[in-house]
Ligand binder design. Structure first.
Ligand code: ADP
Ligand code: TRP
Length: 324
């Protein structure tokens, strides 16, 4: 039997290089492996757990689907869908919440970060975020989840919920594991923290031009006494060098150690390589953007296929919990 895979990205904007390397690349790899059955969604319900604009949400969730398609997700191979179109996610989430304590949710690092970021938005939806994410995964009984390393605490919660449900209600949920890529943690261009949509100046958009990318990579704070300890900016630059110009990284490292490295040379080589990797994506995106009918049909058919699987799980859980 094929192993199921589920992943999603929130509808908060266009994808950046961190999303691509940490999540989408893993999604594509598993999609193209015949041992897996893959489901990929835009997590639009998760988007309402932090402040959002109604029209922005509508627009962004479509953008994420277009980004997916342009990056190589293929509706012939994967079920590509919108979370909110499959009501079973929210329904299962409520059933699962009965085996999770409030304290467990309050102590998650992701919850603590978000309430610091949005102190006026400490909502039940935000507290429930990881339970909804567990429902996303468990409603398909998915065993593998391609996401970046920052999502590990959420997967831990999903595993705990699966275990508890199996113990108490004799369900047969697998304990989902993260599928990691080489780019599971892409640092911020500012030299501190991770690349993230919510931090200005930290990211490269997948649609950035070569000029934009060059400027952004040049902005990595590498100023240093050459040859000494690598500061965070230099470390960041070498993360990109290892990923995008692996054949040259060693040489540049040696030059750094002997104090001869010109950072701008590394930076421009990295920028060029990033752009080369993104070029085919950008070309495909322009084509797909124009094809409104195709995108609409992907969204419609994806929801139908996903619902067919999800409804079976919800029926089973209701039966086992005494709700039927
Ligand atoms: P952001 O932090 O920019 O809002 P999301 O939280 O929407 O990004 O993340 C979407 C997906 O991309 C998740 O699987 C997440 O783990 C991955 N991801 C986000 N930022 C990075 C990063 N800097 N490095 C690797 N993966 C990342
Ligand atoms: N929490 C994920 C993020 O911030 C998005 C997400 C929601 C997700 N549901 C999921 C990822 C289910 C994997 C599986 O990126």
């Amino acid at each position: 039997m094929k192993k199921r895979v589920l992943s999603g990205i929130r509808a908060t904007g266009r994808l950046h290089l961190g999303n691509y390397l940490g999540a989408v690349k893993g999604m594509i790899e598993l999609q193209n492996d015949p041992n897996y059955e893959t489901l990929y969604m835009v997590a639009d319900i998760h988007t309402i757990t932090t402040p959002f604009e109604i029209e922005g949400l509508r627009k962004n969730r479509r953008e994420v689907i277009i980004d997916y398609l342009a990056a190589g997700l293929d509706p012939e191979k994967s079920i590509i869908f919108q979370q909110s179109k499959v009501g079973e996610h929210a329904e299962l989430s409520f059933y699962l919440s009965s085996v999770v304590s409030v304290a467990r949710m309050q102590h998650l690092p992701t919850f603590k970060e978000k309430i610091k970021q949005y102190p006026k938005n400490v909502t039940m939806a935000l507290l429930n975020y990881p339970i909804l994410m567990a429902a996303d995964i468990l409603v398909y009984k998915a065993g593998a989840v391609p996401v970046g390393i920052d999502q590990e605490p959420h997967l831990e919660v999903a595993r705990e919920i699966a275990k508890k449900m199996n113990q108490i209600y004799r369900t047969n949920f697998p304990e989902p594991a993260r599928f990691a890529t080489k780019g599971e943690y892409i640092p911020s261009l500012r030299g501190e923290g991770k690349m993230s949509k919510s931090i200005e100046g930290s990211y490269i958009n997948l649609t950035d031009s070569l000029d934009d990318i060059r400027k952004k990579i040049r902005s990595i704070p590498t100023a240093t006494e050459a040859g000494g300890e690598m500061n965070l900016g230099v470390k960041t630059l070498f993360v990109f060098a290892d990923l995008f110009i692996p054949g040259k990284a060693e040489q540049f490292r040696k030059e750094f150690e002997s104090g001869k490295l010109q950072f701008v040379v590394v930076k421009d080589a990295v920028a060029e390589a990033i752009f080369r990797e993104l070029e085919p994506f950008q070309a495909r995106r322009k084509e797909i953007e124009k094809d409104i009918k195709f995108v609409d049909s992907v969204i419609k058919e994806g929801a139908e296929k996903a619902r067919a699987i999800a409804s079976r799980t919800v029926e089973e859980v209701k039966e086992k919990m005494g709700l039927k």
